[in-house]
Design a protein around this ligand. Structure first.
Ligand code: ZN
Length: 278
């Protein structure tokens, strides 16, 4: 797991019951090395393209609302290079949803197939500029040849999830070998999917995107604060997804892990071998 930049804002704006202090919300990216299919990413985190896409009003409001920090050593390119992977060698990116902090780096990955929800894409393209901005979506972040590299998650075959995750329903089998499942996590954003995978040490990981912003040491997933109601695609569905996720967490043991995209505590609790950003 890599930390590719972070944004900061008062915790209480994102987390129900959060403090007024400024919280740091890292943008976590999964680097997956499939034994046959090669290098894949779960999301991309921040990139310089975010600055360009928010250079003018009204998009500049996005940058003002959630100030972004991206130190040079956290950019995707040097981090992948440390793992022996060049940007053009990344074979695929799984976009959990289209919020800018999850897809800002797509333009830097010239050869990657891009899995993302068809429904999310159609909805974003049908919106006006302001509505799209209110949903934290910047279409400028999609590469010019996006349509030829896009793979629809919804078009992939559906299969039952491994037993411990069945609360979340069925998933889409990404590569057809049961190694990577796209798991529907509706509510926060249109067509949001998590990614379920089994690590080589047999531990199962659900990369949960923004289904929750924080999971504490006791396995309690935080609900979102009311200001995020305006960002949510479907507030009721978001609550239902959180309840299902909590039921999974209630039955979880050390052989499984749920990792939200912006939870610094969850990242710090990962085994050192999995934390790719020092
Ligand atoms: Zn999001």
């Amino acid at each position: 797991m890599l930390r590719v930049g972070h944004c900061s804002h008062p915790e209480c704006l994102a987390l129900r019951g959060g403090a007024w202090r400024t919280g740091v919300f890292p943008a976590l990216v999964g680097l997956i090395r499939h034994p046959d299919a090669g290098a894949f990413l779960f999301d991309t985190g921040y990139a310089e393209h975010f600055t360009r896409a928010t250079a003018r009003l009204p998009e500049k409001l996005y940058r003002w609302t959630t100030p972004v920090t991206l130190p040079d050593n956290e950019c995707l390119q040097p981090q992948l290079a440390r793992h022996g992977i060049a940007m053009h060698e990344v074979r695929g990116v799984f976009a959990s949803h289209l919020h800018a902090d999850h897809i800002a780096g797509l333009r830097d990955l010239p050869r990657a197939a891009i899995w993302c929800s068809d429904i999310a894409l159609r909805s974003a393209r049908a919106m006006g500029r302001i509505s799209r901005l209110r949903k934290a979506t910047l279409l400028d972040l999609l590469p010019d040849d996006f349509d030829s590299r896009h793979r629809s998650i919804e078009a992939l075959p559906m299969r039952g999830l491994p037993h411990a995750w069945q609360e979340l329903g069925e998933g889409h089998d990404l590569l057809g070998d049961g190694s990577l499942y796209a798991v529907p996590l509706p509510g926060h954003a249109r067509g949001q999917y998590g990614l379920l995978l089994r690590h080589e040490n047999d531990r199962e990981f659900l990369l949960a995107g923004d289904a929750t912003w924080r999971i504490d040491r006791d396995g309690h997933a935080s609900a979102s604060a009311w200001p995020t109601r305006f960002l949510a695609d479907d507030w009721r569905a978001q609550g239902e997804t959180l309840s299902k996720l909590q039921r999974v967490l209630d039955g979880i043991d050390d052989s499984r892990c749920v990792l939200p995209s912006h939870c610094a505590d969850s990242y710090a609790r990962l085994p050192q071998a999995i934390r790719g950003t020092p």
